[in-house]
Design a protein around this ligand. Structure first.
Ligand code: GRF
Length: 219
């Protein structure tokens, strides 16, 4: 079977991109990242991609009059690749319906909260301000509404009394680096599918997210 082809969209540090690169290098993930696209020329993730000999593209959203024309410029790069999966990894732009419809069922995102809690930005501070005892990250297929769509895995971490948004973000990010490659592998191995509104894992409907906690995945 041909290797699964991936396209990764980033805006910043790209540590999740790095985790995917490492999972491929170690042989855990049988896939190839065909392109990394950033809307920011300064994204550190571009350097990470360059070091791994991955083709990189900068498409600056400021050069486009609206969301849709920016998204269409990305589609022009992505479509010839015919990717099995388009991966949002710290990509900080809201996508248009045109883009989402085009890649529906093969478009995934990682969000640093236990969705549906805290969509959008500043999730770690919100978890602290709400005195939550746990916080985490969610990997989900993308649907039309922001930070929505069926969730595959949620990583849970404890919120500690002394936590700042920074310490909590670091604890969550460590788990993100584990669960994102896991979900990508499930998809590229053909174990995980998203059809119509239904997630299936190993031929069974996945109606609740899998939980990643203390180094274990539970249902
Ligand atoms: C992560 O926290 C991710 O959940 C969110 O943006 C951050 C990206 O980090 N969507 P990085 O660029 O992968 O280091």
């Amino acid at each position: 079977m041909a290797k699964a082809s991936l396209v990764v969209l980033i805006s910043g540090s790209g540590s999740n991109l790095q985790a995917i690169i490492e999972a491929i290098k170690s042989g855990d993930l049988d896939a190839e990242i065909k392109a990394v696209i950033s809307n920011k020329a300064t994204a550190i993730g571009l350097e990470r991609a360059g070091k791994a000999n991955i083709d990189t593209y900068v498409i600056d959203h400021k050069h486009y009059p609206d969301r849709e024309s920016f998204d269409r410029a990305m589609m022009q790069i992505i479509d010839p690749i015919e990717p099995d999966l388009v991966i949002l990894a710290g990509f900080m732009r809201i996508l248009s319906d045109v883009f989402i419809d085009h890649y529906m069922h093969r478009l995934i995102n990682i969000h640093p909260s236990l969705l549906p809690k805290y969509k959008g930005l500043n999730t770690h501070q919100q978890a602290i301000d709400s005195h939550d005892s746990k916080h985490g990250a969610s990997v989900h297929y993308v649907s039309h509404e922001l930070d929505s769509g069926p969730i595959v895995i949620q990583a849970e971490v404890p919120v500690q009394d002394a936590d700042t948004a920074e310490t909590l973000a670091a604890r969550v990010l460590k788990e993100e680096h584990l669960i994102y490659p896991m979900v990508i592998k499930m998809h590229t191995d053909g174990r995980l599918t998203y059809n119509k509104d239904q997630l299936n894992l190993d031929g069974q409907p996945l109606t609740e997210p899998l939980i990643w906690k203390d180094g274990q995945l539970t249902h």
